[in-house]
Every structure is written in C-alpha cells, then in structure tokens.
Design a protein. Structure first.
Length: 565
C-alpha cells in the first residue's frame, strides 16, 4: 500500500465514500441511509466486521443512519441464538442502530402483494418443474437455458396457484414462483430466477403464518427500497445479481430505487470466512464453540482478548477495494499488537516454570521491589513485586549446553533478573530421568535494581516470579486454526491444526494478576498480550494469549524468502 493510499484512507477516501460524497454534493440524496443485512444463521466473523464498519462507518461520517436488518427468509437455518449474538457483536464492535432495527420478515405481506402484481403484469409465473428439471434447463455460462413448459400459463392460473401455494395446498418443492425475464440471458441470474418457494416451516418471528418464503433476490432489493436505503453495499459475488436487483425495482411500484454497489469481501490467510464452514467447525466439535478463541468470529476474537478498536483499525487499514484479495493474518495481529502495546499494563508471568534457588540469599528473607506498569505511560504507576530466595524462570531461558549466541541462563553465565539482581548459575539439579528440575544460583547484592556498580554488563534480562507469592495459572496459547495459508473450504476438516490450542497448565503469575478484570488486556513481559478467560475461577486463573509480542509468522516467511523458496 502506498503512502498516498494510506493518507487517502485516513480521510475516508475509497470509491464508495467518493460515490456517497458525490451523491450528497449533487443533491441526488439529502441524507445517506445504509444497512447491514446479516442472515441470522450463524455468528458474525471478521469479514462481517468489514461490512459493519463500512455501512455504519459511512452512516456516521456522513450524518445519516444505518439499519440493522435481519435477512430472515430461511426459517430452517435461522435461530434466536444467532440474532442475540449478532446484536451483541455489532454493539461490541462499537456501532449502534438506534431505533433502526428491521427484519425482511416485517415485509412478507408487502413482498407477497408485489409478487401478485408481477403475476398480474405477466412478469412472473408458477413453475411445476422439479429443482433438478429447473437446473437442467437453466443452461450454462456458454449455453442458453430453455423455457419451462409452464412459462405461458395464464395470469389467472398463475394467481390461483400462487394463492393456493400460500394457503398451504402443496408440499415443499412442488412449485415455485419465477420471474419471467429471459432464459437466454447471458446473465444466469436473469434466467427466470425463483422468487418464492414452498417451505412448510415455522419462522422465529412470523410463526406459522407463512409456508412460502421469498428468495434472497426477491427480499433483498425490495427491503432496501422499503427502508429507502440510498447505498446498498454488498460483496462482489452479488455483482451479477445487480441486473436482477434493478429489474425487480424497475418492475415493482416500490417507494424508492436504491443503488447496489459491490466491494471486495475480506479474505484472511489461515482461516475460512464462511458461516457454513464455521458452523461445521462448531457442530463437528473441532472447536469448543462459536466463541472459541481460535475462531475468526467476533465472539472468538473478543474471548481471545482482541479489543474492538483494533478490529476497527485493521478494517480501516485494509481499505475498501473493488478487487478481491487475501489479507495476511499477520496484518490483523499487527493491528492488535499495536493497540494493546498502548493500553496494556505490564506484568510478569512464567509460562513453563523452572525453579531457581539463590544459595547466598538468606532463607526467610524477602524484599519488595518496584516495577513499572507501563514503560511509556508514567500515569499507569508502579507496583511492588516480591523477591526471595526461590523463584521461577522460564524453562526456555535456560540451556545446559548453549550454542554460541545464547545469552540467557546456562552454567556459569550471569544474567539480570528484571527489577531485581544479577544472578549467576552455579549448579544444575536433575531428576532421575535426567531432566533439569532446579537451578542453584548466586546473586550479587550490589546489583539491586538491575545495574552493577562496576559497570559490568549482562546480555539478557529475564522475567521471573516468586516461588512463594506467585499464583498458579493455566495459560492457553493459540495458533491459527489452519496451518495452510489457503485452507480448502471443501476439505477443511482434515486441515484443522490439532495443535492450534496449546494448554500450559503449570504457569505461575505475579499476584497482581488476580485483580485483572474480565476483558482487560495485560502484557506478560517478553511473552505477549493476554486476557482472563471466562473459564477462570477464584483459585485457578486461566489466561488466553491474544497475540505474541513479535510476529513469528512474518519471521518464518521472511526466512523462506531469504532461502529462496
Ligand atoms: P458467509 O459467506 O460467511 O456465509 P454471508 O454473506 O452469507 O456470509 P450474511 O449474513 O449474508 O453472510 O452477510 C451479511 C453481510 O456481510 C452481507 O452484506 C455480506 O456481503 C457481508 N459479508 C459477509 N462476509 C463478508 C466478508 N468476508 N467480507 C466483507 N463482507 C462480508
Ligand atoms: Mg449471505
């Protein structure tokens, strides 16, 4: 992305905002009305966040309003749980629809009346062909379709059949209402698209009132028109539906004629942004639920500790374009890290503890050392951490036979303990299996605070927690659900990384972390950003790693490029 593009974006410059701005300037519209139209058949994911930020964002920036509209035309897949989750997630992301909450099902009566009007105008007919027959006669991208044998039914017969469909006389799939457009159109969406189908199913809102339901195409544009949407923004796969969107608006006595504009959907590496796939991940038990922190759902991101502001910032940075692309998941991590770096207080936690005993530190003695809560924010203050003879360091910070560039603890090596002293490792204690279980060290009392009066330097500063005062904790580390950057939606189950969740059951954390509030972010020094998981209990803290401190993924890909692969 060039600098110019970046600056343009800061000012809210993208092709859709340009259109809105021009329409307001020319007087084409006096106010802007957008909508976010989820189908309540799953939880929202980060792709939806792009659409939410765009629709609600434009409404905010141009002083209009954005409707939250449920596209609830398929009662067999929709559920109240999803409706509740969608509202929670849109609010969490920072947007508010005020009084503008609507449902496509609010318009069922009106949509039905318009369908009858199309029939009366000779522009729609009842087709008795089966789904297979319709598919077979639809043609292909290169071959025209062929007319249905039922296409020339009289208006009277069509009206009669449509009313009997509504009255529940026919079983599911027996007939459909189709628009009479053009079976030879180059655009398959115009080859007599289905407007209504029979579905004997109870609807969460309309109950048993209906046994025929409008198709997406018949419901969507007309709902836009009823709500006087000015700019109907959708993703590129609907570009080919636009002629049908316009055909319906042109042929119906609708109160307004909105315009549909298409933008590129968000795709992210190492994940699949499709509600169908996410539903199957949940149902198949590949994850613990919709809010599993490995999920790209807003509920999952929230549980992982991602602040909504970081998502909004990410969406702003990726911008709105007309061409599809795949965004590197590392960009999302970068936005999260950048945001958390500013707001998260620092604490110490040892994820994989190794015990250290300071032989020349008096038994029973302890001292309170001062630690800063945020290096760039003095207002965040300081806290005390207790140092004593026994504490834990990170297993990874010790090597018995270190390679040349390893500057952390090893036999004979001296390091700094953060906020405390210089220590030198004297002896390695092993268990019967030959595993290192304890380090015996000595400390230099003259180095209190972490500096040597004689000016000698050490190359590593380690974090640590007191053996006696630290609290036990479980720490959950998350890696991408798919190791492949481009997981195949057709075969995703086999590609789920079984190691995407790593549970560290024996972590130790400083006592101040018991006071962390749900949803509050914290940096574990040298480890990354973490938050409390709702699974936490008074006696057992559970932390989720939101994101690591450095971009290990980027390093991997840079290394690959350097290696010429
Ligand atoms: P999915 O493809 O995940 O099943 P959907 O498009 O069926 O999603 P809807 O509930 O119909 O889900 O989507 C609501 C709105 O969100 C639509 O306007 C849709 O275009 C938009 N949207 C869905 N996925 C993305 C995405 N990945 N990027 C941007 N916008 C998206
Ligand atoms: Mg959809």
């Amino acid at each position: 992305m060039s600098v110019a593009e970046n600056i343009a974006r800061e000012a809210g410059q993208d092709f859709i905002r340009d259109i809105v701005r021009a329409d307001l300037a020319s007087g084409q519209h006096k106010t802007v009305v957008t909508r976010f139209p989820p189908e309540p058949n799953g939880y929202l994911h980060i792709g939806h966040a792009k659409s939410i930020c765009l629709n609600f964002g434009i409404a905010e920036e141009f002083d209009g309003h954005c409707n939250l509209r449920y596209d609830d035309t398929n009662p067999t897949k929709e559920d109240q749980e999803y409706i509740d989750a969608i509202e929670r997630d849109v609010r969490w992301l920072g947007f508010d629809w005020g009084s503008h909450l609507y449902h496509a099902s609010d318009y069922f009566e009106q949509l039905y009346a318009w369908a009858e009007e199309l029939i009366r105008a000779g522009e729609a007919y009842i087709d008795d062909q089966s789904q297979e027959q319709m598919r077979a006669t639809r043609g292909t991208l290169t071959e025209p379709g062929t007319n249905s044998p039922f296409r020339e039914r009289s208006v009277e017969e069509n009206l009669d059949l449509f009313r009997r469909m509504r009255a529940g006389e026919f079983p599911n799939g027996a007939r459909v209402l189709r628009a009479k457009i053009d079976m030879t159109s180059g655009n398959i969406n115009l080859r007599d698209p289905v407007l209504y189908r029979i579905l004997h199913a109870e609807h969460p809102r309309t109950g048993k009132a209906w046994c025929i339901y409008p198709s997406y195409d018949f419901a969507h544009g007309q709902s836009d028109a009823i709500e006087r949407i000015t700019h109907s923004l959708c993703t590129l796969e609907f570009e080919d539906h636009r002629p049908l969107y316009n055909w319906l608006l042109d042929n119906l006595p609708v109160p307004s004629h909105p315009h549909q504009y298409e933008f590129a959907r968000l795709n992210l590496t190492h994940t699949i942004l499709s509600k169908r796939v996410l539903t199957e991940l949940v149902r198949g038990g590949h994850v613990s639920g919709w809010d599993d922190p490995r999920m790209p759902t807003l509920a999952g991101l929230r549980r992982r500790g991602v602040p909504p502001a970081a998502i909004r910032e990410f969406v702003k940075r990726i911008g709105v374009a007309k061409a599809n692309s795949v965004v590197d998941a590392a960009m999302l991590d970068f936005a999260i890290r950048e945001h958390l770096n500013k707001i998260a207080q620092r604490r110490m936690a040892v994820l994989r503890p190794l015990k250290v005993v300071i032989e020349n530190y008096p038994e029973g003695k302890s001292e309170d050392l001062e630690a800063v809560n945020h290096p760039d924010d003095a207002a965040a203050g300081t806290r005390h951490i207790r140092f004593g003879r026994e504490f834990y360091v990170e297993r990874d910070d010790f090597m018995e036979n270190p390679p040349k560039k390893f500057f952390r603890l090893s036999p004979g090596a001296e390091v700094r303990l953060r906020y405390a002293y210089f220590i030198t490792c004297r002896e390695v204690v092993k268990n019967g299996a030959g595993e290192v279980v304890e380090l015996r060290c000595v400390y230099d009392p003259a180095t209190k605070g972490g500096n040597a009066p004689d000016g000698r330097k050490v190359k590593a500063t380690l974090h640590w927690v007191s053996a006696r005062d630290s609290l036990p904790a479980e720490v959950r580390l998350y890696n991408p659900l798919f190791t492949r950057p481009d997981p195949d939606p057709g075969n995703f189950a086999a590609q789920v990384d079984p190691n995407a969740l790593e549970v560290l059951a024996d972590a130790r954390v400083e006592p101040a972390l018991a006071e962390l509030k749900p949803g509050e972010a914290v940096q574990f020094e040298r480890q990354g950003y973490f938050c409390l998981d709702p699974d936490s209990a008074a006696k057992r803290l559970v932390f989720n790693r939101t994101v690591g401190l450095r971009d290990t993924w980027a390093k991997v890909s840079v290394a690959k490029v350097a290696a010429g692969s």
